[in-house]
Design a protein around this ligand. Structure first.
Ligand SMILES: [Mg+2]
Length: 304
């Protein structure tokens, strides 16, 4: 292990309350998860490291942009190998927290702890932006939305019926892709609570500028909600101390690293988010696994 990383891990375990109040909270994509031949799975080194820390009594939690049904389908089994206990997670960029729990038989389900759904005003603001684009002749846009009812999964709207089949083929995780006029979209969005909307617009940068008010290609949650706010709520609900915890992430979306005692930055993207007492940088998820393994050894005093 890199000398600086080793020193940072030793200092964190020695000087923090990690051993009795801390948790490990990790992003999935690009951090803990590998994509190989179109299939995603938890890196074996990360799975092993998380299991060691979980066995030592440290809570392990996920903090992801993914929606709960997708986490259930994609990772339910992998996390089952780490712990038999319910697995806490922050989903949808901080908008919904809950547990993965084992239901009857082999099934894994999501149980919500809390959520901060969009208000009608938030939704109307998005609709105004979308209407402006559609009236301006922009048809290559997709509006992804995620109901609070996790069993509903992911829904995608397109203004153009001719694009629905292509979207269906591309976004296989979606429960539904539909094309409809704006009034129907409005009714659909307002009929139930939504945790997040994601607007994907395929336009050259210069044309995008004209529609900036609609926040193209951005993730819309209730104001003030992000992965840090979600992690803070989860810590409060579960009774762990985020400032004594280890966080791992790989992109600027992983702002929750700022609330963690030790931040582990994974991968090639430069990040400004630093931990409250320490920050280490590792090249990939295998190296994250080695960090977790080392933390477990240091905490158990095997190699301190
Ligand atoms: Mg990521």
């Amino acid at each position: 292990m890199d000398h600086e990383v080793e020193a940072a891990l030793r200092a964190f375990v020695r000087d923090s309350g990690f051993a009795d109040r801390g948790a490990v909270i990790t992003d999935l994509d690009g951090t803990a998860v590998l994509e190989r031949e179109g299939r995603v799975h938890v890196a074996p080194e990360v799975e092993a490291g998380l299991k060691l820390l979980s066995d030592l009594g440290r809570p392990v939690a996920i903090n992801t942009l993914r929606f709960p049904l997708n986490v259930v389908r994609t990772f339910g089994r992998a996390w089952g190998a780490i712990t038999a206990a319910p697995l806490p997670l922050v989903t949808l960029n901080g908008a919904q927290t809950g547990y993965l729990v084992h239901a009857s038989g082999d099934a894994v389900v999501f149980e919500e702890l809390d959520a901060t759904p969009l208000t009608d005003t938030d939704v109307e603001e998005v609709l105004r932006g979308v209407a402006g684009m559609v009236e301006g002749g922009v048809h290559d846009l997709l509006l992804f939305h995620y109901p609070r009812d996790w069993t509903a999964g992911e829904h995608i709207w397109t203004p153009d019926p001719g694009r629905a089949d292509a979207a269906r083929a591309k976004y296989r995780s979606a429960s539904e892709v539909f094309a409809a006029p704006m009034p129907e979209l409005r009714a659909r969005l307002l009929e139930r609570e939504l945790c997040m909307i994601f607007l994907l617009v395929d336009l050259p940068q210069d044309r995008l500028m004209a529609y900036q008010h609609a926040r193209p290609s951005s993730f819309v949650t209730r104001g003030g909600i992000d992965k840090l706010a979600g992690a803070e709520r989860l810590a409060g609900l579960l009774g762990f101390d985020l400032a004594q915890s280890v966080g791992a992430g790989d992109t600027p979306m992983d702002i929750f690293l700022r609330g963690c005692g030790l931040a582990v930055q994974v991968g090639p993207v430069p990040l400004e988010h630093r931990g409250l007492s320490g920050t280490v940088r590792v090249p990939d998820s295998a190296a994250l696994g080695a960090v977790l393994h080392r933390l477990a050894a240091l905490q158990s005093g095997v190699d301190a």
